[in-house]
Design a protein around this ligand. Structure first.
Ligand SMILES: [Zn+2]
Length: 689
């Protein structure tokens, strides 16, 4: 902070050039001459340490920067809009970092379509629930948007809609099940929508190859197998040519619901000509073919046969085929089913409503009544296959579940593997430790050899041979891998080249990059603002600056110093209050705290009457930072609170920017507020935010 007028500069004789020089050299000062010289570290060291912590926090948060922040990186990042009649494809999300918050914009002259609009649940920042794509650019072309078209109902493809559609309204198109999931999503959203907002959804029939005209585009959905019902590819016929977005897929030859991928239609479309194939790349590093979902049904039948007591099965909540298998196996063995987990119930509700699952009457019992059944008559399906901290299975493992207490002879089946690189393997590992301690039989999808059972999970995504088959069927002129990390998209391009797509006709694009098309040409054409917006548990958007502070607080803690100073004399009216959270335990560090009090007293004595209040606050912050770094080698966030009390009831506080108020009642009011604030600070919960 700069002093407000030059006079203040005259009041700064202490920090002589000599001192600054010697500080830079890290030399000790003689204690008589300089009050700060008792410290063994230089102010520069303290400042550098503080900067380092801030930069660390900044680096963590910068992975999720908004478009504003990213567009400031230079001209290259600036919004470049050109008016040539070309088709433009822009990944607003899902083009990097493991394919999350998937969202692709297709633009042609005055019309635009958004494909998928997901969220990213894998954000590990304090207080953050998920991230969505920054829509700064989409807002700037709001008038062009004709609709949102969805591939399927997984959250990384629909989880951004509740935030984005009310702001940038347009009808939402998708298969019956996908739209069912979208409506549920809007129904369950915690925050109110803007006045006058009305959700408009359009169900498209993928069985009849229904084609809808949306602006200058024709849209069709084609059935594809994945791990949620109603998964489809999007076919978008544009004036420049045909675009196919595969959505997440695998080519399961034998899905439980017999809803095979519509490869006939894909081949037909391929024969008619495809300008651009955008294909899911999640697992393009996996060789061969993904086994059919139906290969795991016998395992459920076998394990239910072998289980001496109750059986608990944890799985991904949206896999209705998997639930159907468990229903079949349970019915086969005369067991009833109880369910636990909000997301699981939510998906099942949609599936039941749309007649997509067959459940014999009387199969389901409420979880609260599960204990009324005999042990060998019960199967519980629950969430928690990723070890999520508050999931149903996790609560059972830690003994915190309201209705279920696990015991010996219970069987727990994990029908899913930890998502790679998510850190969930540690969560699952700890949960399994707890389960084994309880004497429960555990069967894990990723350890079937050691646990002794058949397959318990198959991926919902294709393996290399299936990716190749997709390219072969659709015969695209241009190929852009989507929904995956940079490397998985890289290997997907290698696969396309092997299938005969010229390398020059492929692109590994990143979020925000504009790809422009004519019928014969594909090229990069600049970049639009893009980035990430963070959302908390309530559904509210959280500023990156707030999150950066949270990261700093989490790493370094916080120290508030509260000084009450007599304006006239410049003396402290009370002993300095020090409040520390997440920094050091004050009672065990009395020496440091007493030293700090000493420093504060000295600072008031030497500086308060010489500089204005803002300057004093800034210096105080600086000095406390330096002192605490010197004593502890750490740089907590410092909050200086300075209350100045005037002789005639005059109050000047840092909080009101140093304005002077004379009326006595105002002074009293201020004192009261100060007392309240002090109380609040002193009794604050350790979790500060
Ligand atoms: Zn999916």
């Amino acid at each position: 902070m700069q002093p407000k007028n030059n006079n203040n500069n005259k009041n700064r004789p202490r920090q002589s050039n000599n001192q600054r020089r010697s500080n830079n050299q890290g030399q000790k000062q003689s204690p008589q001459k300089q009050p700060q010289s008792q410290m063994s570290t230089s102010r520069g060291q303290a400042v550098r340490a503080q900067k380092r912590s801030q930069m660390d926090a900044q680096r963590i948060v910068a992975q999720y920067a908004t478009a504003n922040a990213t567009s400031m990186r230079g001209d290259r990042r600036a919004n470049q809009i050109d008016d040539t009649p070309r088709l433009r494809m822009i990944g607003l999300g899902g083009m990097d970092g493991g394919g999350s918050k998937n969202m692709i914009l297709i633009e042609y002259l005055n019309d635009a379509i958004v494909m998928d609009c997901g969220n990213d649940l894998g954000v590990d920042l304090p207080g953050i629930n998920y991230a969505i794509a920054d829509t700064t650019y989409l807002e700037s072309i709001k008038h062009k948007l004709r609709g949102y078209v969805l591939t399927h109902g997984h959250l990384d493809h629909i989880g951004g809609l509740t935030h984005i559609v009310p702001k940038i309204p347009a009808p939402i198109y998708g298969s019956r099940f996908t739209i069912g999931m979208v409506e549920k999503q809007f129904e369950n959203f915690g925050l109110p929508f803007p006045d006058g907002f009305e959700l408009k959804t359009v169900v498209m029939n993928e069985e009849t190859h229904e084609r809808l005209k949306i602006g200058p585009f024709f849209v069709e959905l084609v059935r594809i197998t994945h791990s949620i019902p109603g998964s489809t590819c999007i076919i978008l016929d544009t004036p420049v040519g045909r675009i196919i977005n595969t959505g997440d897929f695998r080519l399961d030859p034998n899905p439980l619901d017999h809803e095979r991928s519509d490869t006939e239609r894909l081949k037909e479309l391929g024969n008619e000509g495809v300008l651009l194939l955008m294909s899911d790349s999640t697992t393009s590093e996996r060789p061969g073919r993904t086994p059919s979902e139906s290969t795991i049904e016998p395992t459920f039948i076998d394990l239910l046969e072998r289980a001496p007591g109750r059986v608990f099965i944890a799985m991904f909540s949206s896999n209705i085929n998997r639930i159907q298998m468990i229903v079949n196996a349970a019915t086969h063995h005369g067991r009833k089913i109880a369910m636990d987990g909000r997301s699981l119930m939510s998906t099942l509700e949609v599936a039941v409503k749309l007649g997509m699952i067959r459940i014999p009457k009387g199969t389901f019992v409420p979880i609260a009544n599960a204990s009324n059944l005999k042990d060998d008559e019960l199967v519980v399906i629950s969430t928690g296959v990723q070890g999520e901290p508050s999931s149903a299975l996790q609560r059972m493992a830690t003994g915190e579940h309201k209705h279920i207490k696990l015991k010996e002879q219970d069987t727990v089946i994990l029908s899913g593997t930890p998502i790679p690189e998510s850190g969930n393997d540690k969560l699952v590992g700890d949960m399994v430790d707890n389960l084994i301690k309880l004497g429960v039989h555990v069967f894990r999808a990723d350890h079937i050899e050691i646990d002794g059972c058949g397959p318990l999970h198959v991926s919902g995504h294709a393996s290399l041979d299936e990716y190749a088959e997709m390219i072969d069927m659709t015969k695209p002129k241009f190929f852009i891998p989507i929904y995956g990390s940079y490397r998985s998209k890289h290997f997907h391009i290698e696969c396309a080249v092997q299938q005969g797509v010229p390398r020059a006709n492929t692109l590994n694009t990143e979020n925000g990059q504009v790809v422009a098309f004519t019928p014969d040409k594909m090229e990069l054409a600049g970049e639009v603002p893009h980035g990430t917006v963070l959302v908390d548990q309530t559904g509210a958007v959280v500023s990156n600056i707030v999150v950066k502070d949270r990261v700093l607080l989490a790493e370094e803690g916080l120290v508030a110093v509260v000084l009450t100073i007599d304006k006239k004399t410049g003396n402290l009216l009370t002993s300095p209050d020090i409040i520390s959270r997440g920094f050091i335990y004050m009672r065990e560090n009395e020496e440091v705290m007493n030293g700090l009090r000493q420093e504060l007293r000295r600072a008031v004595q030497q500086r308060f009457k010489r500089v204005d209040l803002d300057r004093f606050k800034a210096e105080l912050k600086d000095h406390v930072t330096h002192y605490l770094f010197d004593q502890t080698q750490r740089s907590p966030i410092i909050i200086p609170v300075v209350n100045v009390i005037g002789g005639k009831g005059e109050v000047r506080t840092a909080a009101n920017g140093g304005r002077t108020k004379t009326a006595e009642d105002i002074a009293k009011e201020q004192e009261r507020r100060f007392q309240e604030m002090r109380e609040r600070l002193l009794t604050q919960d350790a979790r500060v935010d």
